[in-house]
Design a protein around this ligand. Structure first.
Ligand SMILES: N[C@@H](CCC(=O)N[C@@H](CS)C(=O)NCC(=O)O)C(=O)O
Length: 232
């Protein structure tokens, strides 16, 4: 079977992996995971004991978690379009950028998610939101500086790093954390990504619609259907 991406709703960081699969243009399927409830089952733990999304179930039955590993797997399927050949400067830069996005940029939103998910406690939520906004502003400034004079995050064309960013950066608007227009290099890239057909497709998928896409999406599958495909 084609690789299957388990994507989480609402607002999953898996969004970027959907975009990357659309850019890849090779057949794939999706499994929709409602967060957090669908992750609590014993069945989900068979695929990912960490109980998070995304997961990419590979053709050989290996269940791969962690966005950085999944995006690297997708990049390796098209090193001339979405990644870079091992040993090249751009390959090192891509690893560096994925690590920055997966740690610093992602983690900046953690206090905002904590405030959003916790039981009503206004004083604590205020502290968390202030902390989150400061971290998100700092991470935006860092990324904006890295993008000086560049059209894409790595090299002179799009890569899986840009796909990943498209899913994470929308959280700034969701949490009203910063005004992204204050970061001109970053906003230029985000505007470009916002109107990308794969990003529009991923947004529609998350919204539960049935978009056309690039034609490589082969439909949704359930975890029950996938269990026999899982390698021991
Ligand atoms: N280090 C993991 C983190 C994945 C992660 O935190 N996923 C979130 C969604 S963005 C999740 O599944 N959260 C579980 C929950 O909400 O219960 C990665 O980068 O893939």
């Amino acid at each position: 079977m084609e690789p299957v991406l388990f994507y989480g709703v609402p607002q999953g960081c898996s969004f970027g992996s959907i975009v990357a699969l659309e850019w890849l243009g090779q057949p794939y399927r999706l499994a929709r995971i409602n967060m957090p409830e669908d992750m609590q089952s014993d069945l989900y733990a068979r695929f990912n004991p960490v109980r998070e999304t995304p997961v990419l179930l590979l053709e050989n039955g290996l269940s791969l978690s962690e966005s950085a590993a999944i995006l690297s797997n997708i990049a390796a399927r098209a090193p001339d379009r979405l990644g870079y050949p091992a040993g090249s400067v751009e390959h090192e830069r891509l690893n560096q950028m994925l690590a920055f996005l997966n740690t610093t940029f992602f983690a900046a939103f953690s206090p905002l998610w904590a405030a959003y998910e916790m039981a009503e406690n206004p004083p604590v939520q205020r502290v968390l939101r202030d902390q989150g906004r400061a971290l998100v502003a700092k991470a935006h400034a860092q990324l904006d500086a890295m993008l000086e004079g560049r059209d894409w995050l790595v090299g002179s064309r799009r890569s899986v790093a840009d796909a990943y960013l498209s899913g994470l950066a929308r959280w700034a608007q969701y949490h009203k954390a910063v005004d992204q227009a204050a970061y001109p290099n970053l906003s230029r890239l985000l505007r470009k990504l916002d109107s990308d057909p794969a990003v529009i497709f991923a947004r529609a998928i998350e919204a539960g619609e049935q978009p056309q896409g690039s034609g490589s999406f082969r439909g949704h599958v359930t975890l029950e259907e996938l269990l026999p495909k899982l390698a021991a």
